[in-house]
Structures are given as C-alpha cells and as structure tokens.
Design a protein around this ligand. Structure first.
Ligand SMILES: *Cc1c(COP(=O)(O)O)cnc(C)c1O
Length: 432
C-alpha cells in the first residue's frame, strides 16, 4: 500500500504547530512517547466486547491483561475499588452513569453550563438534557464560587436522583462533604466529574472526592496526561437505589450496573489500544516525577493568575486552587470579546479558548471570558518565572485589538509570534 502522504503531511504540520506555540487550553496536554506508542499499536486490531475474563470474542488473553493493569492502576491512583476504563470519552463516562442510575425523565442537578459546567451535565443539546430533566445550580455573583446554599435550596425543591459536582471552567476546589449532606437529605446519589483536576486529585493536592462521592467520572487526557478517553470509579460499592434485582433475587450493585451501562448499554467493543495507553499513562501518574509535574502545574497556575491580576484583569473568584483560571475581560476591556482574543492570539501562536463567564452578557459564540490553564506548558518544562512573561505577551496582543477590525495590527502579531516561537524553541515536545 502506498503511504498516505497527504495525511502524514498534515500530522507533521500539526506537530509543528504544537511545538512552536504556547498551549494554554486548560483541557489539553502533551502525552509522552510511550503513551503515543501504545495508542498506535496493534491492539487496535482486537475486538474484545465484554470485560477481562468475560469476553464475547476469542484471543483476548493478552488484552485481558493490559485492561486489568489499567483497572488496577486506576484504582491505585484514586484509592478506588472499582474502575471501568472503557468509556471512549468523558461524555461517554457521564452518559453511562446516568444510564445506570436514572430512568428517562428523572431529575438530576449539575452546575450551569454558563457558570463553568459541562455540556454532558444537562445541556439541552446533549443527550443528558434530552433524556433526563436537568436542574442547574450556580456560582454566586459576588464570590464566583459555587453557591452551596442555593444548591441545597434547589435540591430540596426538585428532589434530584443524582447531583453532579465538577466543571470545565472552575478554578476552585469543591466542598464534597457539604454536597454529600445535601445529597443525603434528598436521597440523591452524588457523583463528581473530575475530568479537569483529576491529576491534582490523584496526587492529593485537592480534596478527595471519593471520601464523600458515590461515583467519580473523569477524562484521561487532561491533567492526567493520558490518551483521549474516560473512566468511572467507585470506592465503596453500593446497592442499586432503584432496587433492581439479579436473577438470584439479590439487589444489583452499582459497579455491575455501570459495567452493563458502558457495555452493552452505550458502547460496543472497547478501544484496547487506548486502554493499553491509559495503563501506561496511569503508571506514569503513579510516579514521583508526575508528582513534581502536577505540583508545578498548580504553582504555574497560581503565578499566572497573579500576573493577570497585576495587569488589571478580573480573574473569576480572585485566583485559582487548581490548574486553570477564568478571566472576565469586561473589567479591563469592555469592548473586546473572548472570540476576538482567541482569534487574534492564535495568529501569534498562543492558544486559549473563549469562555462564558458567570452572568455573561454576551452569547456563547462571542463570550466575555477566556479560560487558560497550565497543564500543557508545564509538560513542556516552563516554570513559574515564565508565567508573567506569557501574560505580558497576551496583554500586549489584547491591548492592541481594535474592536472595529476585531484583531490586532499585523506588526504587533508578528512581533509577539516571533517572541513565542523563540521562547518555545528552548522547550522540546518530548523533553521529559
Ligand atoms: C472535558 C470534560 C468532559 C468531556 O470529555 P470528552 O472526553 O471531551 O467527552 C466531561 N466533563 C467535564 C467536566 C469535562 O471538563
């Protein structure tokens, strides 16, 4: 077969783009060479519907072992007793939990999308919002932090079957203890979707969700620095709140219901190459080097938030506990939208994403905010001394944006891009 030069040239271009730029998208990271190698391996050829030891296909004796290692390492990372590592993505992991737990039309609660929540926590355009009845809680306007009093009030009114902690754009830790008290009051199951801060949680830098949450879901490709995918974990297994029975007449356990919900509920064959790669990434995350990495991620984020505030930007909630922050542009630049900033910074090889801020006055297509995070640049090796330099470059570009043309001058963009490229030359992609 002739080599597909067209696609491999695009892959080469994408690698160049990643190498030259400053990557500040909070949900992205750079995986190691061995994580890539496992993902690009012959394990992609194998069908393995089912779970280790209980497959619907022959020849699974090898992938059984790698999937079991992924499960064991995932449990070790989060001090869990059950893990399902098959969800193809974070959204799939959430969908599986809902399928295991809820009946169509059941009420559940999640953080409002425009206050930092995720699409899969009840957006009307997502299956979670079409099949079930989502009710949103919010952050408080004054503090930018989750309003647990409001959450309790709403829970007592709407009696959700499930309450979801976790967000895509929220820089503060969660009060899982308080949330469990609320969940217990109304008989709800408490789930935390830790897709973003999973790596910080695994290394004990943030509150331990499994101390209070019945279930956690996460992606594996954000701070955890693995291949693109999802998983579901439980520490203390529990009986089905809906009381469904096994053929023997015993109440089904949630772990079994979740396994059935992932396969055959919402997925077919697992991606065994990706699962092998998850195992590799979990092994890396168990190491002391990863501990150093994730501590640096948080340190860099704290320095970056401080640098933005020193330049007069409004960082929501006044700082960060984790790897990310949300910046409200309206204070310093009332005329400039998140979209203008995202589009202009990309021309200077700096990638961020526009984001709604709580109580935003603009649409999700324009937005008044920016979400930035440090997982990717920290993998490249950048330390806290570079954070103010990066903020300076960003501020330089934003200050030059003309709301009429929606972008900055070519001279400014070129000058900043040259600085960015020069800086990133010193930080190779696979340095570690
Ligand atoms: C990223 C994210 C997801 C979804 O992950 P995908 O792999 O893109 O489906 C789910 N929940 C939260 C909170 C996230 O941040």
């Amino acid at each position: 077969m002739k080599r597909d030069e067209k696609i491999f040239d695009l892959i080469r271009q994408e690698k160049e783009r990643q190498m030259h730029g400053i990557e500040l998208i909070a949900s992205e990271n750079f995986v190691s060479e061995q994580v890539l190698e496992a993902m690009g391996s012959v394990m992609t050829n194998k069908y393995a519907e089912g779970y280790p030891g209980k497959r619907y296909y022959g020849g699974c004796q090898i992938v059984d072992q790698s999937e079991q290692i992924a499960i064991d390492r995932a449990c070790q990372l989060f001090n869990a007793t059950f893990a399902n590592v098959q969800p193809h993505s974070g959204a799939q992991a959430n969908m599986a939990v809902m399928q295991a737990l809820l009946e169509p039309g059941d009420t559940f609660m999640g953080l409002d999308l425009s206050h930092g929540g995720h699409l899969s926590h009840g957006s009307p355009v997502n299956a979670s919002g079409m099949l079930y009845k989502p009710v949103a809680y919010h952050v408080a306007k004054e503090t930018g932090r989750v309003d647990y009093d409001e959450m309790e009030k709403i829970a007592l009114e709407c009696h959700p079957k499930l309450i979801i902690a976790g967000a895509s754009a929220y820089s503060r830790d969660w009060d899982y203890k308080r949330m469990r008290e609320i969940a217990d009051k109304v008989g709800a199951v408490l789930m935390a979707d830790v897709s973003h801060p999973a790596g910080l949680i695994a290394k004990g830098l943030l509150n331990d969700p499994l101390e209070y949450c019945h279930i956690i879901t996460t992606t594996t490709h954000k701070t955890l620095r693995g291949p693109r995918g999802g998983m579901i974990l439980i520490r203390h297994d529990f009986e089905d709140p809906r009381g469904r029975k096994t053929p023997k007449g015993e109440t089904k356990m949630m772990s079994a219901l979740i396994n059935s919900a992932v396969f055959p509920g919402i997925q077919g064959g697992p991606l065994e190459h990706v699962i092998a790669s998850k195992a590799v990434a979990f092994g890396e995350a168990l190491s002391d080097e990863y501990m150093e990495y994730i501590q640096q991620v948080r340190k860099n984020a704290a320095f970056m938030a401080r640098a933005f505030m020193d330049k007069g930007y409004d960082v929501i909630s006044g700082g960060t506990d984790n790897h990310s922050m949300l910046i409200d542009l309206r204070g310093k630049f009332p005329e400039i939208t998140g979209k203008m900033v995202e589009n202009t910074l990309v021309l200077a090889d700096i990638t961020v994403n526009k984001n709604m801020v709580p109580f935003d006055t603009r649409s999700p297509f324009l937005t008044s905010g920016l979400r930035v995070g440090t997982p990717a640049i920290t993998t490249r090796g950048l330390k806290q001394d570079k954070m103010a330099v990066i903020v300076e470059l960003i501020d330089d570009v934003i200050s030059d944006i003309n709301p009429e043309t929606k972008t900055a001058s070519e001279a400014k963009i070129n000058a900043v891009r040259a600085e960015v490229n020069k800086m990133m030359k010193d930080y190779p992609l696979f340095a570690w």
